[in-house]
Design a protein. Structure first.
Length: 441
């Protein structure tokens, strides 16, 4: 009771600055409650901007955009409002995000918050390097993970210059590719075979939860890989910070799709102790196609994007494919749509909010970078997405605070193969929509 009274008092006394302090402290629910209360008492631009920021951080991306959009029409729009609307539009796949960011930087070139976020949406790598360098000078005491991420991006962009990456040298309008189960059976993910410059084949787990192409270094070392820079990959297993190498793969062929200069991330650690797969492949490689993953028939089909895209919207934030999902007995949240996860996972904070959810024994969960510290099983949860509902078997839970903080939006969990296996998944990468059809019974 005392905690509720203290929270109520903090909400009632909130200001836009205090809302932002709550966001920075990774307390999105409190920030949103305070911002909504504040907006009921005042509709000035800074208050509405703070509300938009709190909505976005809480994972209510479209509502954040509707709240802030009218401010952007003003000639003297608040720079933070322009930044936040740009982030919303980028997540929705709209084309004007860079223009909005440039307006924000022009209005507030010495605001570290503005400059850092603008660095992620630029027309050139040189511009990103300039903005990130400015950010490092303006905010030397900022979040350590953000600072390290900025330095890593500067190193990579400097090494790349303006060289084009992921250049398609062959892209038939329709491609059909076999999907093979990792363990020779259902439920553990599916891989595709990819060819390298030396004609070697590597096996890549088809992982909609991946932000790109991650490969064990030994598999590509003699296959046309040129390392460019070192960087830290965040929010994986182990400590949540994995030192990795970024570089270019001269050739990557998947079915009839052939790509030159694929920008990939490598690690010395094996993805699979038995060597069954050599890496994970995100859907970004298939951008511009309508991607059908028929898991029951074990085939991947790429078609041209068409009219009337199916299913529900997804948002792309920091390369993550996020969808609206939840528990049958609880609230909704943003979930990573993750065919690379054997079992679904909940953020501990989200799991704790579900009536009837019970934290059980520790769980061994391995992801990029190693084992996930503090993971456990959770019982009594039935997940739902669209027309799919899980069977109520145990799921995993772990602390997703770092992932949410670095993404800028609250990630409530991952939807894994315990929910998705046996289905047909259709992802329209042009309109950012995803549909999932359950297997016929």
């Amino acid at each position: 009771m005392l905690t509720a009274l203290v929270l109520a008092a903090a909400v009632a006394a909130a200001s836009p600055a205090q809302v932002r302090d709550l966001i920075e402290a990774d307390r999105p629910a409190e920030a949103l409650a305070a911002a909504r209360d504040l907006a009921e008492r005042s509709a000035d631009p800074d208050t509405l901007t703070a509300l938009g920021e709190a909505l976005y951080r809480a994972g209510l991306i479209d509502e954040a955009g509707k709240t802030i959009a009218p401010l952007a029409l003003q000639q003297d729009a608040p720079p933070r409002a322009l930044v936040q609307l740009a982030l919303v539009h980028a997540a929705q796949g709209k084309d004007d995000a860079i223009d909005l960011m440039e307006r924000a930087v022009a209005a507030a070139p010495l605001d570290a918050w503005v400059v850092f976020r603008a660095s992620g949406l630029t027309r050139s790598r040189a511009r990103a390097v300039a903005l990130l360098s400015s950010y490092l000078e303006l905010a030397p005491g900022d979040d350590a993970d953000r600072l390290e991420g900025a330095r890593g991006t500067i190193r990579l962009n400097t090494a790349l210059g303006e060289r084009k990456v992921w250049t398609r040298t062959a892209a038939p309008p329709r491609i059909e590719i076999p999907l093979k189960p990792v363990l020779g059976g259902a439920g553990t993910g599916y891989y595709v075979e990819a060819g390298l410059d030396n004609r070697k084949k590597i096996r890549l787990l088809l992982d909609t939860g991946s932000t790109g192409l991650f490969v064990v270094e030994r598999a590509v070392k003699k296959g046309g890989f040129t390392p460019l820079s070192e960087e830290t990959v965040f929010a994986g297993g182990g400590t949540g910070r994995t030192r990795s190498s970024r570089g270019l793969l001269s050739k990557l062929a998947i079915g009839g799709l052939t790509i030159a200069d694929a920008l990939i991330t490598t690690t010395k650690d094996e993805f699979d102790p038995q060597g069954r797969i050599h890496g994970v492949l995100g859907l970004n490689v298939f951008s511009g196609y309508r991607v059908t993953m028929d898991l029951a028939a074990q085939r991947l089909v790429l078609d041209p994007c068409g009219a009337e895209p199916p299913g529900a919207p997804y948002w792309e934030v920091s390369g993550q494919m996020l969808v609206r999902a939840g528990a049958t007995q609880g609230a909704d949240g943003l979930f990573l749509f993750d065919t690379g996860a054997t079992r679904s996972m909940l953020a501990r904070t989200f799991a704790a909010s579900i009536p009837g959810a019970e934290f059980a024994s520790p769980a061994a969960v391995r992801t990029y970078g190693g084992s996930v510290s503090g993971a456990s099983f959770v019982r009594g949860v039935r997940l739902r997405f669209g027309d799919l509902t899980s069977d109520g078997g145990s799921v995993h839970a772990s602390d997703l605070t770092q992932r949410s903080r670095l993404s800028g939006v609250e990630v409530s969990g991952f939807l894994g193969m315990d929910l998705l296996d046996g289905t047909t998944i259709v992802v329209d990468t042009c309109e950012q929509r995803v549909a999932v059809r359950a297997a016929p019974r």
